[in-house]
Design a protein around this ligand. Structure first.
Ligand code: ZN
Ligand code: ZN
Length: 167
């Protein structure tokens, strides 16, 4: 039984992540903020899939090795997201979104985790108006640019409110 004032955070993960070719690896240790399925066109093109499946954390949960082979690039949308892909196989491996000078979120493809089954279930589809095909599940489906951005913001605010982690 958690005592008063304690937060329950049994979703904390301690896993390694690797791109499909295995060249870009890093470890993740901490509680995920949330997980979503993104149908935006950038995700479709970089993931080469109809949508991405992304679990995200406060950046402090991520330990990138100093000699990592990840190449970072910025796309126009979403704003200020630094997307990192493997220099060898060009698959997406991590994205960083800076919210404030020392506050960053880290977005990791769910399929890259060593034990994806231990991750939380997705909480929503976002950028659903860009979908290639309809999703047949009971998750919320958020269409439109700002509603999609806002859905992610709400996941972050929920995480702060529930105190699962901090930057
Ligand atoms: Zn996307
Ligand atoms: Zn690779």
């Amino acid at each position: 039984m958690p005592r008063k004032g304690e937060t329950v955070s049994d979703l904390s993960v301690n896993q390694s992540c690797a791109c499909p070719c295995g060249q870009s690896t890093f470890s993740v240790s901490g509680a995920p903020v949330s997980r979503f399925l993104c149908h935006c066109q950038i995700c479709q093109s970089v993931y080469k899939q109809p949508f991405s499946d992304v679990t995200f954390f406060w950046a402090g949960a991520i330990s990138l090795p100093e000699d990592h082979s990840i190449q970072f690039q910025r796309y126009r949308l979403p704003p200020a997201l630094r997307r990192g892909s493997c220099a060898a196989c060009s698959a997406p491996v991590i994205g960083f979104l800076r919210l404030a000078p020392f506050v960053q979120l880290a977005f990791v493809p769910s399929q890259n985790f060593s034990a994806p089954a231990a991750l939380p279930s997705p909480s929503a589809h976002i950028f659903y108006h860009r979908r290639v095909s309809d999703a047949h599940d009971s998750l919320p489906k958020v269409s439109g640019y700002w509603p999609s951005e806002f859905a992610v913001t709400r996941m972050v605010m929920g995480s702060i409110f529930h105190g699962t982690s901090s930057a």
